[in-house]
Design a protein around this ligand. Structure first.
Ligand code: HEM
Length: 204
């Protein structure tokens, strides 16, 4: 297990959603144009956004899993997961800019200022960028305590993404409630009070 987590195999697992996305693009281009539904561009943007959100949830789960279940080895892979999460968020943004806006920079700026769901997504993206850019030994040493504070902003990024998705949604609010409950649950689980209670139960 330890070998697997430290190996290239782990990166292959993190890259699995990308292979799925590439497969779907291949299907649309060469096999079945309707594979992603009537609007493949929009479907692709949504798919990449959903993958990025699930990756973010995965990253935020690492600390609670470590604190509650002592899953230390998973913690060593948090950096890879965080970078993968940022990578998918970047692909999501690139798909939006290239396929939906066709690189019209004026519309990109307008969307950012006039559509609250884009502003929320953009802020979340900036937090993910800051976290990915400081995911290296040099930044960890240099920023010390501030590094830990910065990386707690992952929860703010998740809250902004949920707001982003909430503003987009026309139906299926149930899915958004589930995302919100998962993120809230992950926050509660890392609360010192909760960890103390779990330790007490384990010690009995
Ligand atoms: C500048 C940053 C961002 C922009 C411009 C952006 C833009 C968009 C757009 C245009 C859609 C599709 C809207 C529609 O269906 O009409 C979307 C959906 C989505 N985005 Fe983003 N996004 C950004 C950041 C993010 C980030 C950082 C995440 C997650 C980490 C994210 C997660 C999602 C999800 C999950 C959906 C699907 C919502 C659904 O189920 O319909 N987005 N985004």
């Amino acid at each position: 297990m330890r070998y697997f987590l430290a190996s290239k195999g782990f990166w292959l697992v993190l890259g699995a959603p990308l292979y799925y996305v590439l497969y779907q693009i291949g299907q649309v281009l060469w096999v079945r144009p309707g594979a992603l539904g009537p609007d493949p561009a929009q479907a692709l943007v949504t798919l990449l956004g959903e993958i990025a959100l699930w990756m973010l949830i995965l990253v935020l789960s690492v600390t609670p899993l470590r604190k509650v279940f002592q899953l230390l080895r998973l913690h060593g892979q948090r950096r890879a997961m965080g970078i993968a999460c940022f990578g998918y968020a970047l692909l999501h943004w690139l798909a939006y800019a290239a396929l939906l806006l066709e690189w019209q920079w004026a519309t990109l700026g307008d969307d950012l200022l006039k559509r609250p769901y884009i502003s929320a997504g953009f802020l979340a993206g900036l937090i993910l960028l800051a976290m990915a850019a400081t995911s290296n030994d040099w930044s960890t040493r240099r920023l010390s305590r501030r590094w830990r504070q910065l990386h707690r902003w992952g929860y703010l990024a998740a809250a902004l993404v949920i707001l982003h998705v909430f503003w987009i949604a026309r139906s299926n609010f149930f899915e958004i409630v589930i995302y919100a409950l998962i993120v809230a649950g992950l926050l509660v689980v890392r609360w010192p009070w909760f960890i103390q209670k779990i330790k007490m139960i384990k010690d009995v």
